[in-house]
Design a protein around this ligand. Structure first.
Ligand code: ADP
Ligand code: MG
Length: 545
């Protein structure tokens, strides 16, 4: 000690670095993580509110989707970021339940904070939470109900539950039906009998203006573009399709430079050469019997004329993903030059048709060789609503897919969380020491889900909780959840509010993992922020300060 005092403090980090230690660090992290959860809790459930997010460019997003909100929030605090990761993991693994996972993580930390104040060591909390999570996963599995791809009615209900809060009542049934049809079509069984859904098979084309009921499901490919020239047919049966990353225009750029309109003669020669090149390209394709061309690149006026003469339709300047999808759906290949093109590169589809959607033209390919491809044309009154429906569809697609893959679903409306809370309290009683307190804290934390559902619906959270607990305590009540419309506890399976099992297991797993990680931290060592170099004469960022 004396030696240390004589030498003065020893710095092990760069001057200006910040360090927060012990309790301070823990509380600081807990508060930050809780703030993240607090920012989304009001959006939970069918009656949850929406958030309006405005980014630095003034773009507006109105949503109730947990992961979307957190992604847009630009969160900086390191512990808060770990909670955002929970949402991202949930989104990647299940595609739904992101708010639930984050809210649960926040509440687990809040309860941990209370235990810390009571001088429970973080290690005991970490261990107790781990035990509780393990038990919870068993209990969730025990509550599961079997489902298969044939239970179409049940799958519609899963989609419907997933849409909560992102729909209007009339849209839900309609969209749920579309979602189930889409998954059924995309789903393929692999050699081991496992289901695979290739999301590349699906495309959603959005068009604001109009009603949801004007939306369409297309068993094929939809391209958000019309046919390039009015001289071409609007509709084609049994089309031979060529997908290209190649343009129909003059190739030889040297020509351009040489003739640079020096004289009328030169210009005419240039035009003749261009004409010859383009005609050759089109003729080559026509000879192979191609009747429809889809390209990422240009189709110039000359080419359009020649194509029209041969009765070939063309779509130009498409996204590469659209061209890929056309190739896949028609059984062809995307070609990048015309030199060694052959019949195997050419695909076929039953019909190609240009349709009107609102004021726009789209092109629809049906009767495709590959019958896993499917598209939605999504309509809704405004762009903000269309975007929110898109997020809802994305959640619902994943929920249905996950349910079929796992073959297991659970009741929604906080039935699972209420049951878990009750059973974990019983379990806690069998455990000794500080871990017991931690398992109880875990049980308390789970109650945030029924409480938030109730509060967001304008119900009294305590009353709703008591009624739910009474039902779960009684016989045959474990599927009871909160009907947010009436405030009553009802059997959620009978009410058709069901969710994939994995929504709940993943939420518990990733929430606990993040919480344990945050609790393990007792030191935050932050390097000094690197300041951007000041520009000449106090340029950007300078302001003469
Ligand atoms: P998350 O991002 O967690 O999916 P949501 O806002 O989608 O958040 O809300 C999901 C919660 O709403 C789940 O607990 C689910 O069971 C519940 N829920 C969905 N539909 C209903 C319903 N009709 N009645 C009661 N609860 C519902
Ligand atoms: Mg959801």
């Amino acid at each position: 000690m004396a030696q240390e005092a004589a030498q003065g403090p020893i710095y092990i980090m760069k001057e200006g670095s910040q360090s927060t230690t012990g309790r301070d660090a823990q509380y600081n992290n807990i508060m930050a993580a809780m703030a993240v959860a607090g920012s989304v809790v009001s959006t939970l459930g069918p009656k949850g509110m929406d958030k309006m997010l405005v980014d630095s460019t003034g773009d507006i997003v109105v949503t109730n989707d947990g992961v979307t909100i957190l992604r847009k929030m630009d969160i900086e605090h390191p512990a808060a970021k770990m909670i955002v990761e929970v949402a991202k993991t949930q989104d990647a693994q299940v595609g739904d339940g992101t708010t639930t996972a984050v809210v649960l993580a926040g509440e687990l930390l809040k309860q941990a904070g209370i235990l810390l104040e009571r001088n429970v060591h973080p290690a005991a909390i970490i261990k107790g939470y781990g035990m509780a999570a393990k038990k919870a996963l068993e209990l969730i599995d025990d509550m599961a109900i079997k489902v298969s791809e044939k239970d179409v009615e049940m799958l519609r209900k899963i989609a419907g539950t997933s849409f909560t809060g992102k729909d209007s009542e009339n849209a839900r049934e309609f969209l749920s039906d579309m979602v189930v049809k889409a998954v059924a079509r995309m789903m393929e069984k692999d050699s081991k009998g496992n289901y695979e859904v290739d999301t590349k098979n699906f495309v959603l084309v959005k068009k604001a203006g109009g009603e949801v009921a004007d939306s369409k499901i297309v068993e094929g490919v939809v391209i958000d573009k019309g046919i390039v020239s009015f001289q071409m047919p609007r509709k084609l049966k049994n089309a031979k399709v060529l997908a290209m990353e190649y343009g129909f225009d003059a190739r030889d750029t040297k020509l351009d430079a040489e003739y640079k309109v020096k004289s009328n003669v030169g210009f005419q020669a240039f035009r003749d050469e261009e004409d010859r090149q383009v005609r050759e390209q089109v003729e080559r394709v026509a000879k192979l019997g191609v009747t429809a061309v889809f390209t990422t690149q240009a189709i110039n006026d000359l080419a359009q004329n020649y194509m029209a003469k041969y009765g070939i339709i063309g779509l130009r300047r498409l996204k590469r993903s659209d061209v890929d999808r056309v190739a896949k759906a028609s059984g062809g290949q995307v070609i990048t030059n015309l030199d060694d093109i052959s019949q195997i590169d050419i695909g076929t589809v039953g019909q190609i048709e240009e349709i009107d959607v609102g004021d726009d033209k789209m092109t629809v390919l049906t009767g495709c060789k590959d019958n896993n491809v499917i598209s939605f044309i999504l309509r809704a009154p405004t762009t903000h609503i269309v975007d929110e429906y898109e997020r809802g569809i994305d959640d619902a697609l994943h929920a249905v897919e996950t349910s079929i893959k796992d073959g297991k679903i659970v009741p929604g409306g906080a039935a699972v969380e209420t049951e878990l809370s009750l059973r974990l309290r019983q379990y806690a009683a069998t455990v000794q020491g500080k871990e017991q307190l931690s398992i109880q804290a875990f049980a308390d934390a789970l109650e945030i889900i029924p409480k938030a559902l109730a509060m967001n619906a304008g119900l009294n959270a305590i009353d709703s909780m008591i009624e739910l607990k009474t039902k779960h305590g009684g016989k045959g009540g474990r599927n009871f959840g909160l009907n947010v419309y009436t405030g009553k506890s009802v059997d959620m399976v009978k009410a058709g509010v069901v969710e994939p099992l994995r929504i709940k297991t993943q939420a518990v797993e990733s929430a606990v993992e993040a919480v344990q990680m945050i609790l393990r931290i007792d030191d935050v060592l932050a390097a000094t922020q690197v300041k951007p170099p000041a520009g000449p004469q106090g340029g950007p960022g300078g302001y003469g300060m």
